[in-house]
Design a protein around this ligand. Structure first.
Ligand code: SDX
Length: 431
């Protein structure tokens, strides 16, 4: 924690309070209110946490005004262009880019943790075939604490590291098997001769009846999607993982909580909702109707894939994702994909509309990812599981950082109570 160099003065009635101000290496100063309730007997009020820093962290920095996203200081566009997902995982977990030897060791460790305990096959088989893959992922990841007892003690640093590796390694297998189960095909086991992204595509699309060749351009695009979703500061699902972990719950249960939160359409579920919206729009001629609905205060409809709590200029991930969309659709010979045409025209019209300019709404990370994933052959129900797979390293990195923080204590927000004050029970015959 940095030393406070400035103070804020808060005056309430006749009393005034000096609150320390901490300055970050980047971003806004923070006012330390930890002693406010004890000294002044008041709470602060910030539902949705729009002005609240819940922790200090050295992992990811976002500048919403500049559209900047850094992972351990490295800009996302450089990582997406020059790195690969497992190297980014190492960076997020350990704070520095790995040497060649460190990277080889890390990749070998992850590769050898990709298989699931064989008994978990029965767990998958307990679901209905039409279960949403996110329901399967929440259940299976939570159940990992029942299969991997030797990595659930959060106070043991080595067990924390093994749990981190197991989660990063097994999520592609869990996501792929959730997909296979939903389409009634046999599970395809991970292969140690394939890289992380190619292995995932192979587990999703190979069948025992014939060889399946993973196109290197598709696995590169898949790897880039993983990188672009890897971590994103204290977003809703990461904050969920941190809060769940603050009670000392085991890592598998906490990551399952993060998956549950990510599922919502306002968060990671937006990629599925966005593609379903593009399909509903159907053609560029109907875009004005949906733009009007998005602007109508009486209509709960929102343009899925647009807007962001932090980015108020542009989402740097969407810029890279748009390039990937062009490459993948060009490779697949569907550069005239009607959904992509609707998406590009919707983006153009929305960005010219003063409502969206005023509200600072523009495509976010979820806007183009669905188009790529659909072009690759994934059903929309698999979009958010792929987001969850990618974000696991972010959740795990933030969890490790929090657990290792000596200031770590259970999260316990208070409230602005507007309910009834104390009153006596009324017997039923008198009601
Ligand atoms: C992710 O936090 C993260 O970092 C998340 C994420 C990550 O990597 O973890 O980046 C991933 O979740 C990206 C966001 C995906 N969600 C969507 O695409 C769903 C559509 N977007 C909206 O639901 C919304 O923009 C949010 C939830 C993303 C952000 O909402 P905010 O910041 O809480 O803003 P708000 O809901 O208070 O909206 C502000 C105004 C409102 O109008 P007023 O009440 O001020 O008149 O903007 C309007 C909203 O009605 N608005 C939209 C809109 N988003 C906001 N109007 C139309 N369409 C939209 N998409």
């Amino acid at each position: 924690m940095t030393e406070a160099k400035k103070t804020a003065k808060l005056t309430i009635g006749e009393n005034s309070y000096d609150l320390p101000i901490f300055s970050p290496t980047a971003g806004p100063d923070v006012i330390d209110i930890r002693k406010l309730y004890g000294e002044a007997g008041v709470f602060t009020y910030d539902p949705g946490f729009t002005s609240t820093a819940s922790c200090d962290s050295t992992i990811t920095f976002i500048d919403g005004g500049k559209g900047e996203l850094l992972h351990r200081g490295y800009p996302i566009d450089q990582l997406a262009g020059k790195s690969h997902y497992l190297e980014v995982c190492y960076l997020l977990l350990y704070g520095e880019l790995p040497s060649a030897a460190q990277l080889e060791d890390f990749e070998s460790t992850i590769t050898r943790h990709t298989m699931l305990h064989e008994q978990m096959v029965n767990f998958f088989r307990g679901f209905r075939r039409d279960a949403h893959p996110m329901a399967v992922m929440v259940g299976v990841v939570g159940a990992m604490s029942a299969f991997y007892h030797d990595s659930t003690d959060v106070n043991d640093e080595r067990q924390r590291e093994i749990a981190s590796h197991r989660l990063i390694a097994k999520m592609p297998t869990i996501a792929a098997w959730a997909y296979k189960y939903s389409v009634g095909q046999p599970f395809v086991y991970p292969r140690n001769d394939l890289d992380y992204a190619a292995n995932f595509l192979h587990m999703c699309f190979a069948v025992p009846a014939e060889e399946y060749h993973v196109d290197p351009i598709l696995s590169r695009a898949m790897d880039r999607i993983f990188i672009l979703h890897a971590d994103h500061e204290q977003n809703a699902s990461t904050s969920t993982v941190r809060l769940a972990s603050s009670s000392g719950a085991n890592p598998f249960a906490c990551i399952a909580a993060g998956i549950a939160c990510l599922w919502g359409p306002a968060h990671g579920g937006a990629n599925q909702a966005c593609l379903e919206m593009l399909k509903e729009i159907g053609g560029v001629d109907r875009i004005p109707e949906y733009i009007a609905r998005a602007k109508d205060k009486n209509d709960p409809f929102r343009l899925m894939g647009f807007g962001h709590r932090v980015y108020k200029n542009f989402d740097p991930r969407a810029t890279v994702m748009k390039q990937s969309a062009d490459e993948v659709l060009d490779l697949l010979g569907i550069e005239n994909n009607p959904l992509l045409q609707v998406a590009k025209e919707l983006e153009k019209i929305a960005l010219e509309d003063e409502y969206f300019a005023e509200k600072k709404l523009f495509p976010n990370v979820d806007f183009y990812s669905g188009i790529i994933l659909e072009a690759m052959g994934f059903p929309t129900s698999m979009f958010t599981p792929i987001f969850a797979l990618s974000r696991t390293v972010g959740w795990v990195s933030q969890w490790k950082e929090m657990i290792a923080d000596p200031q770590n204590k259970i999260g316990r927000p208070r409230q602005l109570y507007l309910g009834e004050t104390a009153r006596d029970y009324v017997d039923i015959e008198k009601r």
